[in-house]
Design a protein around this ligand. Structure first.
Ligand code: ADP
Ligand code: ADP
Length: 245
């Protein structure tokens, strides 16, 4: 069974008389361990789709139709609490701006350690040590001392790595990466993608990768979903899509 299934998903922003239909009947399914890239121009509804799955739509946004099914669980109308649990355990998120989702007043090593404690039941000392190892694995330079710093003391690329370490720490079934490469240089981008690959290999984690970079999608994805104006207009393997006239 798929890790994630979106059935005829519809999402709107704003009030009834003045609303924007951002997502207009989208079907996407992601198998365990599969890497699915969602591509499309700016405004095609990619981020809205990702945010709906994570229960992270802004206040003006709402799901107006369809279903969101995670494994065996229909989470279409799950409450805030349940969605928060899901975000912290079953679905990892690598958002566009790592600053917003890191705790600004907690040292980054402690944030990763806290995630490990929650999800693996590791003790305090073991979690702290493993957090530094994870930060090293994601390529954070000088991880032992960087772990002692706060998010604002790190560069954007470093914060992105901290988030990856954090996503990894929860051993999720699915990682949703929303344009994780947009603000990164090519080396860091490659590293992020390699890490997502490693998570797939080692944990069977599925990846839903939101991007407007068709090149990256073609290189890494098992399957590409193309969105336009809030709809899925094409879906297929990179080879099939790129061969199409
Ligand atoms: P991208 O196309 O790179 O995904 P956008 O520039 O479209 O990013 O959107 C950036 C942020 O602005 C997102 O959080 C999105 O929800 C918000 N946003 C986009 N369009 C609107 C809009 N028409 N009104 C209010 N917020 C918007
Ligand atoms: P993408 O991620 O593909 O760039 P989005 O999901 O951000 O697309 O946007 C899809 C549509 O929804 C666009 O028309 C955008 O302007 C609109 N939109 C996005 N966020 C908001 C928002 N917070 N309020 C109103 N409209 C929004």
């Amino acid at each position: 069974r798929p890790v994630l299934e979106l059935k005829d998903l519809r999402v709107s922003y704003g009030e009834d008389d003045n609303s924007v239909d951002a997502v207009r009947g989208v079907d996407i399914s992601v198998a365990p361990g599969e890497f699915v890239a969602v591509v499309g121009e700016s405004g095609s509804g990619k981020s809205t789709t990702a945010h709906a799955v994570l229960g992270l739509l802004p206040e003006t946004g709402r799901v107006t139709g369809g279903r969101i099914v995670l494994g065996d669980d229909d989470i279409t109308s799950a409450g805030e609490r349940r969605l928060r649990d899901i975000r912290g355990s079953r679905v990892g998120l690598v958002p566009q701006d790592p600053l917003v989702s890191l705790n600004p007043v907690m040292r980054v090593g402690a944030q990763v350690a806290e995630t490990l404690r929650l999800h693996t039941g590791a003790g305090r000392r073991a979690a702290a040590a493993r957090a530094v190892e994870l930060l090293a694995e994601v390529g954070l330079p000088d991880p032992a001392s960087r772990a002692q710093q706060y998010p604002h003391e790190l560069s954007g690329g470093m914060r992105q790595r901290v988030l990856l370490a954090n996503a990894w720490a929860c051993l999720p079934e699915l990682v949703i990466a929303d344009e994780p490469t947009s603000a990164l240089d090519v080396t860091v981008q490659r590293r992020v993608l390699d890490l997502l690959d490693a998570m797939r290999r080692e944990h069977g984690t599925a990846v839903l990768f939101i991007t407007h970079d068709l090149g990256v999608a073609a290189e890494r994805a098992d399957r590409i979903v193309v969105m336009r104006h809030g709809r899925v207009v094409e879906t297929g393997t990179p080879a099939a899509l790129l061969a199409a006239p």
